[in-house]
Design a protein around this ligand. Sequence first.
Ligand SMILES: [Zn+2]
Length: 360
Amino acid sequence: MITKFNPKRLILARKRRRLTGKDLATIAGISAVTISRVENGDNEPDEGTIARLGSALNYPQGFFFADDPEELDTKAVSFRSLTKMSAKERDAAIAAGCLGVQLSDWLEDQFSLPDTNLIDLSYETDAEAAAGALRAFWGLGEKPIGNMIGLLEVHGVRVFSLSEATKTVDAFSFWRDDRPFVFLNNFKTAEHSIYDSAHELCHLVMHRHAGAQPSRAAEREANQFASAFLMPANDVRPRMPKFITVDIIIRAKARWRVSAMAMAYRLHSLGMLSEWQYKSACIELGRRGYRTGEPNGIERETSAILRKVLSHLWGERTTKREIAGFLHLPQDELEGLIWGLAGPIVRPGRDSERPGLRLV
Ligand SMILES: [Zn+2]
């Protein structure tokens, strides 16, 4: 903890709240020039100004007096719908990433969490082969993945929620030193989030060292990888009849826990649906509501780590408000990072594990 006001933290909170300097000036009742001078480090804000900034942003003042926030390398941060996103949405999502890193650091201080166990597949040019290589490395065989978030967590990926209430931000991932992170937009269907997780997993293993801006080719590769990782060809082929109807697609998607559209796409890419059959299937699926949602969809996956951590802390009478307090975060930001991921919190029993518990 430092005692000096940290302008970088003011910028982070402002971007997280999707405000321009001018917006913040208006809400806080401070001149835009002052905001800009404070953000540039030219002015040390007085107590009254700090109080106004804190209440305008609804951030505890302690937030502004901590170390520099993590600088995420935005080039290395993968965004699926980069072009669809406004600068404000993008900045807010990246800011959520910074807060997630802070939460993750805090969790690692308190608990022993799984180590990173990913391989570098950047040499691989075929996404299908890369998906197979990772499955082999993790000893998964070719069966469907029962829980994608759980799988990522067991192998050391830290998964957080992006509560952006907008469908234009899908998900993103990044490496911070040797620690991979994935942020999922939990406003999507459960099937969509599973696919997003596999898509981001591809970026983590195939594009980590590419050093390039997100490209269309990388996006296509990540989609192919997700498709192959979730629906291995050798598991799909023998299970599908020669003539595949839309009803069969809808039944099949439940096995691989994917959306009906993703199932149809996979069948097409495996040559099991002709171009014409695929297009007709998409139209029919759209008509039945599978373009905008997932009728009778599966239950949302949750994070075993966050569930255990919160149960444990709850057992010690530590509330989310207190956790937010330790981190100098507003409670809504903490809730946002774990939203939809923690599931029901179970009170730990008498023989539950002790502090420093391993959650592996
Ligand atoms: Zn992507």
